[in-house]
Design a protein around this ligand. Structure first.
Ligand SMILES: [Zn+2]
Ligand SMILES: [Zn+2]
Length: 131
């Protein structure tokens, strides 16, 4: 029985991430999941997010500094740009990024996760009107 409940919870977490196209943090995923299953705990949601990214069903986006990691339903190879003001995440597509950079030593690249930091178009606009 425990397996059934576990599988259901994992599916619920997966469905929730897939329904959110905003690169949610674990906290934001929990907020959505708990609306569909009020008995689910935060720990369960966090654990399943970890499991699902290990299984390759979703992608974990490690964030720089103290920012909370985000999760992505979009498994196609891409990078991210994060707005330092509102936290919005924009997808970045760059083909063969590893070929365009120079490594100081021989290095066999398996995965590239780039995070650009800056201002999204909304925040650039707000900054302009204040000046
Ligand atoms: Zn912004
Ligand atoms: Zn993305």
């Amino acid at each position: 029985m425990a397996i059934t409940r576990n599988t259901m919870q994992r599916q619920l977490v997966l469905d929730s991430v897939r329904s959110m196209h905003t690169h949610p943090s674990a906290e934001e995923v929990y907020d959505v999941v708990v609306e569909r299953d009020s008995r689910i705990s935060k720990g369960t949601v966090y654990r399943n997010l970890g499991l699902l990214s290990q299984m390759g069903q979703i992608k974990k986006i490690p964030m720089p500094g103290t920012l909370a990691d985000r999760y992505d339903f979009n498994l196609s190879p891409h990078h991210h740009a994060i707005c330092r003001k509102c936290g919005k995440i924009v997808d970045v597509y760059a083909q063969d990024m590893a070929r365009q950079v120079r490594f100081d030593e021989d290095f066999s690249v398996e995965q590239v996760d780039l995070v650009f930091t800056g201002l999204c178009s909304d925040c650039v606009e707000t900054g302009k009107t204040r000046e």
